[in-house]
Design a protein around this ligand. Structure first.
Ligand code: 4AD
Ligand code: MG
Length: 482
């Protein structure tokens, strides 16, 4: 007999004579009621055991975490909270789970820290089951959005020789031995003898390769793993994260902002429409978590309300220069409550500033644009008519409440001469990026794109507060377990 998913059993339109369910025991009460979960839904199916006719030996093995198979009748449930339950006729223990040893015991309310250390088992909790299903649905929504619009999905390389962001925060890839490393005459590592015969690293962004494809296919997107060796041990940074990078030929910065806003609203709506049970559960979790916080630190909106708010309100578009004025005049700046005081135009914005703008000042998602050229990457388009010393580029960052930066993007510098000059000023190797420069040598045109940090999106949608809790096996400084 084939087994049926718990989700389908719970959604059944009639009672059924004989069904088979397989899953893991969440709880077992009164020697009678098994809460069974198989991961297909946040909801458990109650399986009622005829304990008088079940050997004691078997009853003892129905423990939290055990894998079981039950065959029985799907009947209307007399208990509250569920429409159907299974009256068990036959029960088989597929895999025991020693109650003394299984670390995930619901009654102990394991902490998030403890669960992180048990990342291979935490997905057996309601919370992580819900998060990971939402994550999966969101990634489907990402593909759906771009595919419906005719974007081509491009797989850019994971091993590359280029530093797309010019920030130098890269993990090296090498097959050279650490002892007895081949050296050049001047004592440097001789990468000519390495696997790729050159220096390589894990990609920090697929953008540059993505641009070359956009300049042929028109509209492309990437969705893949990205690596950054930045030593930021924060609740928003991972060393390995997934990024979505659309790139569109003939789009300018305004088109880019429109695309990013529409895209984010689409995927959030998709999750709202397709993950109702999980999101309701996560909303309850967040309310619970916030009970232990002082009133002032609690969110003003519950999770679903917050998600709907993002759908129903336009993102506020504000130039960097306007933002600096707002920040300079803000109370935390005047009272020196910011760790980094904003005095001058040109200052880079820290997450405290971004969060002030979004959470306190505008109280909605914000798109900041036209940043000072010298705090942004080399490939961003220089604005026409900027004052000398106050050059700005056509950059945009999207800032979200509770998250900070969720998207970074720009219109690209499509003018060969301007780009070369910028690269020279930043001492970026023209030889190494010669292929990239070909996009500007042959048939160059206005184009724009952005990168969305997938885990930051999942954080926002699930209402979790630490990025380590929205990716199955997080990689952060000092942690590459599993
Ligand atoms: O702003 P970033 O560095 O932009 C780029 O990489 C561009 N090449 C994107 C483009 O224009 N195609 O990164 C983009 C986004 C950030 O806004 C953030 O959401 C996320 O990627 N991100 C991280 N997420 C988790 N952990 C990290 N260490 C992250 N660094 C960036
Ligand atoms: Mg950025």
């Amino acid at each position: 007999m084939k087994h049926t998913k718990v989700k389908d059993l719970l959604n059944s339109t009639t009672t059924l004579q004989e069904v088979n369910a397989k899953g893991w025991v969440r709880t077992f009460r009164n020697n009678q009621f098994i809460a069974l979960n198989d991961g297909s839904t946040i909801n458990n199916i109650q399986c009622v055991v005829d304990f008088e006719n079940t050997p004691d030996e078997t009853l003892k093995r129905i423990t939290t975490g055990a894998a079981i198979s039950v065959i029985g009748t799907l009947i209307e449930s007399k208990g509250a909270g569920q429409k159907y339950e299974i009256q068990v006729n036959k029960l088989e223990i597929l895999g025991d789970s020693d109650a003394e040893k299984f670390p995930i015991q619901p009654k102990n309310k394991p902490s998030l820290d403890f669960l992180r250390e048990n990342a291979h088992l935490r997905v057996r909790t309601n919370m992580f089951g819900a998060i990971m299903r939402v994550r999966s649905v969101l990634s489907f929504a990402v593909h759906n959005y771009f595919q419906q619009k005719g974007f081509v999905y491009v797989n850019t390389p994971i091993i590359t020789g280029s530093d797309a962001e010019g920030a130098g925060e890269m993990f090296k890839v090498t097959a050279l031995p650490f002892d007895n490393t081949p050296r050049t005459e001047d004592g440097k590592v001789n990468y000519k003898e390495d696997f790729f015969e050159k220096e390589t690293n894990l990609t920090v962004s697929g953008q540059l390769e993505g641009e070359t494809y956009a300049m042929a296919l028109g509209q492309i997107y990437t969705f893949g793993p990205t690596f950054r060796a930045e030593n930021s041990n924060t609740s928003r940074h991972l060393a390995e994260f997934w990024m979505i990078e659309p790139e569109v030929a003939f789009n300018d910065l305004d088109d880019n902002m429109d695309l990013a806003e529409d895209f984010i609203q689409y995927v959030i709506k998709y999750a709202l429409d397709n993950c109702q049970d999980d999101l309701k559960f996560l909303e309850g979790r967040l309310l619970d978590e916030e009970k232990s916080k002082p009133q002032a630190e609690r969110s003003e909106m519950a999770l679903l309300e917050k998600l709907n708010f993002v759908l129903e309100n336009n993102f506020k578009r504000v130039s960097y220069t306007e933002a600096i004025d707002i920040l300079r005049d803000s109370t935390p700046n005047k009272k020196k409550k910011f760790q980094y005081i904003i005095n001058e135009w040109g200052a880079d914005l820290q997450s405290e500033h971004e969060r002030y703008l979004v959470e306190k000042h505008f109280k909605c998602p914000v798109i900041l644009f036209d940043y000072p050229a010298n705090i942004k990457a080399f490939y961003m388009r220089l604005n026409d008519n900027t004052e000398p010393g106050r050059e700005t580029v056509r950059a945009m960052d999207i800032l979200f409440p509770g998250i900070g930066e969720i998207v970074g993007g720009s219109e690209r510098e499509e003018r060969y001469d301007v780009l070369i000059e910028k690269m020279k000023a930043l001492e970026i190797d023209e030889e190494e990026l010669s292929w990239y420069l070909d996009t500007r040598r042959f048939g160059s045109a206005t184009h724009a794109g952005f990168g969305l940090g997938f885990e930051r999106l999942v954080l926002f949608v699930t209402g979790m507060t630490n990025i380590r809790d929205v990716i199955p096996f997080p990689r952060t400084p000092g942690n590459a377990e599993f």
